[in-house]
Design a protein around this ligand. Structure first.
Ligand code: ATP
Ligand code: MG
Length: 388
């Protein structure tokens, strides 16, 4: 008899007709994430996903940790299996939940019975096990209205299961249930967080990085690969597009007025990202931009940069404070990598006095000496793909 893991679905339960498709996506993502940890059966009953190991070789600790990073799950819990007998269930609850029972000041028991041949009703079973738990842990009071701990008992086909309160899951919606987007991934703190936030809403991501070799070196590229790898813990398999950006930056440096360097460079980033997004049937672009953070993130500058795009630009961090972004970066494990001191292409050729309120007409005039279409084409053609 094996222990199992129970997953509580998040917002999926609110979906009407699409619910089945969302559920299937979630179960496929769960299966994929479980692969390194053994052989599991995964199925859903009434918005709960059951994860059952098929033999004793399964790594339940590893599986449980991994499932905490799957979007679409709001809570998860491990449950201990026992024989379908009232005393075996009580004994299991006393043993398995001892630490939680000692830590809580009050508790209640709730039972579910899908095996209708079980000789007690749910209420009778709850009362019976609750009585024995109260005897075993005299300092923990019964409180059916507002207990600190809820002990749950489930009598199912093959076994009965006992578990305590669940721990929080990753939330959000299953990756792949809300389409695909290109995310512009630099080596900074912000863009891994913006990527995470959009992935959390169920979007499959295609990360794009602009690389200015030799102005930014091998270490800067390794850093972005490391960030993408950390994101893939949440986002599943990713294919990073590394776009050669040096030629474009040199052309801008040689042929355009200095105060427009940054805005012109950002227009190229947006054009290329938009092109890759359209080629891959994406619905949007994602950036880590944040209002007012730097000269290129004024409303005017963002407007001038995005005016070259055909797809909507999502900026999940637009209203965040840096503190809030850093907190999230730490939570998802990208912060330490992001602060490694390697130059990003944005810091190459930075103008001394960037235009703060550029207009589209000014930007167009400033880039008039460039063969924009040819430069975009060359960069797209030179893109290197790295599977993570
Ligand atoms: P980040 O911490 O994400 O680098 P930032 O505050 O440093 O953000 P910028 O450097 O102005 O801001 O970049 C704004 C956004 O443009 C980034 O969040 C990212 O989405 C995108 N971006 C910047 N540089 C690159 C790059 N080299 N490759 C891909 N995207 C980039
Ligand atoms: Mg940056």
């Amino acid at each position: 008899m094996n222990d199992i893991i129970l997953l509580k679905q998040g917002e999926i339960v609110l979906k009407g007709l699409n619910k089945k498709a969302f559920e299937q996506k979630l179960m496929a993502n769960v299966q994929r994430r479980l692969r390194p940890y053994g052989d599991f059966r995964v199925y859903t009953i009434q918005s709960t996903v059951y994860v059952e190991p098929q033999n004793d070789d399964a790594d339940m600790d590893g599986a449980f940790e991994a499932l905490k990073t799957v979007f679409g799950i709001i809570a998860l819990t491990r449950a201990a299996a026992c024989e379908k007998d009232k005393d075996a269930i009580a004994q299991k609850a006393i043993e398995y939940l001892a630490p939680a029972m000692r830590a809580a000041r009050s508790f209640k028991v709730e039972s579910k019975r899908s095996d209708k041949s079980f000789p007690m009703t749910s209420i009778q079973l709850s009362q019976y096990v609750g009585g024995l738990l109260a005897e075993a842990f005299p300092d923990t009071k019964v409180d059916v209205h507002d207990p600190e701990l809820t002990v749950e008992l489930e009598v199912r086909d093959l076994a009965a299961y006992v578990h305590g309160d669940p721990c929080p899951g990753a939330g959000g919606m299953p990756v792949g249930s809300n389409g695909t987007a290109v995310t512009l991934l630099s080596g900074g703190i912000d863009s891994p967080v913006s990527s995470y936030m959009i992935a959390k809403r169920g979007v499959h991501l295609i990360p794009v990085h602009f690389y200015s070799f030799p102005y930014t070196g091998e270490a800067a590229k390794e850093k972005v690969l490391a960030l993408a790898r950390q994101l893939s813990v949440y986002c599943g398999k990713l294919r990073l597009c590394v776009v050669p950006f040096t030629r474009i930056q040199e052309e801008i440096r040689d042929k355009c007025p200095e105060e427009y360097f940054t805005i012109l460079m950002r227009r190229f980033m947006m054009r290329i990202a938009d092109r890759i997004a359209v080629d891959n049937r994406c619905g949007a672009l994602v950036t880590g931009e944040n209002l007012g953070q730097v000269a290129s993130q004024t409303m005017q500058a963002m407007g001038v940069a995005e005016s070259v795009c055909t797809l909507p630009v999502l900026r999940p961090l637009i209203g965040f404070d840096k503190e809030e972004i850093i907190r999230l970066a730490r939570k998802i494990g990208t912060f330490e990598t992001s602060i490694l001191p390697y130059e990003d292409c944005c810091t190459v050729f930075t103008p001394r006095h960037p235009a703060l309120r550029p207009t589209v007409a000014e930007a167009e005039a400033a880039e008039a000496a460039l063969d924009v279409a040819a430069l975009v084409e060359e960069a797209v053609m030179g893109t290197e793909y790295v599977k993570l």
